[in-house]
Design a protein around this ligand. Structure first.
Ligand SMILES: Cc1cc2nc3c(=O)[nH]c(=O)nc-3n(C[C@H](O)[C@H](O)[C@H](O)COP(=O)(O)OP(=O)(O)OC[C@H]3O[C@@H](n4cnc5c(N)ncnc54)[C@H](O)[C@@H]3O)c2cc1C
Length: 338
């Protein structure tokens, strides 16, 4: 069966920032065959193509020309291996948080610290999602994908994905050039609690189940982060900046309480939220946009704004930080163009 096509489709509710956006064409293929068909038509028509997931890490402009494809293949299954580990196969349209909770409920360990991250499985490798001391890269075994330009299918292993902090090959050589169709991840039946971040350890029993850990993660996140269903946002708007150890040392001299995290490569990661907060911007609002009053790393949309307004607001936040600390902030969500 052919997928249903939509013209001049409203994507305002399809992005967690709630920015007004219309797509010239929109399709949500429910099978790999439907996806192949949509991509073939896009190639024939020469339409620029954007692959959309849950819209939680994107800044959408008022109008997107060409085609927006939101993969709606949403099956997942488990493959047992003899050594106690289990492979999870998850199609691109599976909602990430629902998968994490379903695995945790089966006491399968490995992804529980990544509970409540919004979005779909297909987008998870793009920025190598991470939270509470765990990154997808640790668990990912394969990414199945289709190249947009010729429909060629491929499977990438973790090496080829070139994962880094909020980074992967999908933000560089393969940016905007592939549709991810399926992930294969490794989880384990052996308890592997990772409780070193936040106050997770204090929220669970001595020998917690994976579900207990996942629920503790959800509770911490709900306390700290605004719910996009209530207040538009894209999570962390800026990446934590990485600076030379010399630069970090001189900043620490001026600001002894500044959090900093030494990295394996000798550089130092700073906390973007702390830098913004220290500029007095936490809770600052100007018109449609604001800095969240509990988490300065999150920019929020109060309604009535658009992508241009958000970018201007974000630039003022970044400029203020740069003038005060000499540290440049880099945006985390991708700006879609069309
Ligand atoms: C409240 C909140 C909290 C968040 N917390 C975290 C966090 O703790 N850690 C973290 O890492 N992130 C976090 N995020 C960011 C976001 O949830 C993740 O980046 C998530 O993986 C994005 O998924 P998505 O389906 O919404 O992607 P989208 O926003 O739809 O797309 C993001 C990018 O991926 C591309 N893409 C989407 N699907 C595919 C596909 N199938 N094939 C190829 N490309 C694709 C898009 O073109 C775009 O470039 C948070 C966001 C919010 C709103």
């Amino acid at each position: 069966m052919s997928p249903r096509w939509y013209a001049d489709h409203d994507l305002t509710a399809a992005n967690t920032l709630g920015l007004p956006c219309r797509a010239e064409r929109f399709v949500a293929p429910m099978t790999p065959a439907e996806l192949g068909e949509a991509l073939a038509l896009a190639r024939e028509g020469g339409w620029p193509t954007l692959v959309l997931g849950g819209g939680s890490n994107l800044i959408l402009p008022a109008f997107l020309t060409g085609l927006v494809i939101r993969p709606a293949m949403n099956d997942w299954w488990l493959v047992e291996s003899g050594d106690g580990s289990v492979r999870v196969h998850a199609e691109a349209g599976v909602v990430w948080h629902e998968l994490v909770m379903a695995l945790a409920a089966r006491d399968l360990w490995g992804l529980e610290n990544l509970a409540l991250i919004p979005g779909h499985c297909g987008a998870a490798p793009i920025q190598n999602i991470g939270a509470y001391g765990v990154e997808l890269a640790e668990r990912l075994e394969a990414v199945h994908l289709v190249h947009l330009d010729d429909g060629r299918e491929a499977v990438l292993g973790p090496q080829a994905c070139a994962f880094g902090y909020r980074d992967s090959v999908f933000k560089h050589a393969l940016a905007g050039r592939v549709a991810i169709t399926r992930l294969v991840m490794r989880v384990s039946r052996t308890p592997e609690p990772r409780l070193g971040y936040g106050d997770l350890a204090g929220r669970v029993t001595e020998s917690p189940t994976a579900l207990e850990v996942a629920e503790a993660v959800c509770a911490v996140r709900r306390e700290k982060l605004p719910d996009p269903a209530v207040l538009g946002n894209a999570g962390s708007f800026f990446k934590n900046p990485v600076v030379s150890s010399e630069r970090a040392a001189s900043l620490r001299e001026a600001y002894p309480d500044m959090p900093s995290f030494p990295l394996d490569d000798g550089r130092t990661k700073l906390a973007a939220g702390w830098l913004i907060d220290r500029c007095g911007l936490k809770g600052w609002r100007d018109g449609a946009f604001g800095v969240h009053d509990r988490q300065a790393l999150v920019l929020v949309h109060h309604g009535g704004g658009d992508a241009a307004g958000l970018l201007a607001f974000a630039a003022r936040v970044a400029d203020t930080v740069e003038r005060r600390f000499g540290v440049a902030l880099e945006r985390e969500p991708r700006l879609a163009t069309g």
